[in-house]
Design a protein around this ligand. Structure first.
Ligand code: ATP
Ligand code: MG
Ligand code: FE
Length: 346
């Protein structure tokens, strides 16, 4: 089954074709992402209305480009998957409207995909042998969650952030030290040149039981450290390193707790912060020590992309699920409410 995937939940237009006849990364026939970063940079954050309008401009050309790269035409498609939520309502409606109309015109089924399920399943696109049960750490710009995955489509929330998401904390911390938007990846790059231990920040909520997170206090600690410092480039790098180590340690401590609680040794990491080099190294070291495994998508599939939507949509379409004919989006959507994915013949 060849499925077109469309992602427009925020500030990236993502399109991909996934072919279930070729399991694993080979199934990804083509994918392309257009980032609106430059458009929003002068505002220091995503402007929802500008995001919607840019998706309108970019989506159709990107679909044509992706199909051409895959050597396919719309007639080769067996289904269309789109991000139905969570996300910005106007941005979601652009993708959903195009996807639903295309599927109707081609007389193929369409499916609305949960954006975080897309992130969560991206590591399975890379590794077809990876199967539930496992624990997933979702770390992105809008979410920080630990999820118990009993089966594909059966998700239990084990813990989540009470305030800022990990990616949001990276972005806000970068901004307050004067790094240009979006600062997360730049802060991580700067941290590589910083001296470990020069600045020591707390590991929030690790001193008590539980699997929830809180990152907003860390941002305040950085603000005070930066304010009272000499503000040189070297100090900025040292603070960046101290901040990154605090976030990575905190995530790692909670991941170990979640694995212990679940009696499980497989950890799956997804979302933009999953591209962070130090987080990848730390979680690999922990997995080696436990004799377990940790799986990440390649960095390009950690941040928003159409491939994860095509893949997650293909699993659901193959199971016989599909959306109605109306254009329906859910800006807020609880992942635990998703239906399980079962074979159509069951
Ligand atoms: P959500 O998926 O929750 O709706 P989103 O789609 O905006 O949010 P993603 O695209 O998954 O989030 O990830 C973007 C986030 O990842 C940003 O906050 C960015 O700063 C962060 N990020 C990307 N690369 C890195 C990195 N190397 N180190 C730390 N953070 C990173
Ligand atoms: Mg984005
Ligand atoms: Fe995302």
């Amino acid at each position: 089954m060849r499925v077109l995937g469309i992602e427009t939940s925020c500030d990236e237009t993502g399109v991909a074709v996934y072919d279930t006849a070729r399991p694993g990364p080979e199934g990804l026939r083509a994918h392309a992402v257009y980032s609106q970063i430059a458009l929003h940079a002068e505002y220091g954050g995503v402007v929802p209305e500008l995001a919607s309008r840019d998706h309108v401009r970019k989506l159709l050309p990107l679909i044509r480009q992706t199909l051409a790269e895959a050597g396919l035409t719309t007639a080769d498609l067996d289904g269309v998957a789109y991000t139905a939520g969570p996300g910005l309502v106007g941005a979601l409606l652009v993708g959903a409207g195009v996807a639903r109309s295309l599927a109707w015109g081609l007389d193929v089924p369409a499916i609305g995909v949960h954006h975080m399920e897309g992130h969560l399943l991206a590591p399975l696109l890379e590794d077809p042998d990876l199967k539930p049960p496992f624990v997933a750490l979702l770390v992105s710009g809008g979410h920080t969650q630990l999820v118990g995955v009993d089966a594909i489509g059966r998700y239990r929330l084990l813990g989540e952030t009470l305030d800022d998401a990990a990616g949001e904390a990276f972005d806000k911390t970068a901004k307050l030290m004067g790094l240009p938007y979006p600062g997360g990846p730049q802060l991580a790059k700067l941290a590589e040149t910083g001296t470990p231990g020069a600045y020591k920040f707390s590991r929030p909520m690790t001193d008590r039981p539980g699997l929830d997170f809180s990152f907003s206090g860390l941002k305040t600690q950085v603000l005070l450290a930066w304010r009272d410092s000499d503000r040189t480039d070297a100090t900025r790098a040292n603070i960046a390193r101290g901040f990154e180590d605090a976030v990575v340690d905190t995530l790692a401590i909670k991941c170990q707790r979640a694995l212990d609680a679940a009696g499980c040794d497989t950890l799956v990491v997804a979302g933009g912060v999953g591209a962070n080099k130090r987080l990848r190294e730390k979680l690999h070291a922990i997995a080696d020590k436990r004799g377990g495994r940790v799986c990440f998508p390649r960095p390009a599939l950690c941040t928003d992309n159409g491939a994860m939507i095509a893949f997650a949509g293909a699993l659901r379409l193959e199971a016989g699920q599909s959306a109605g004919r109306e254009v329906h989006v859910q800006p807020r959507w609880d992942m635990a409410s998703l239906p399980a994915v079962q074979p159509a013949t069951a």
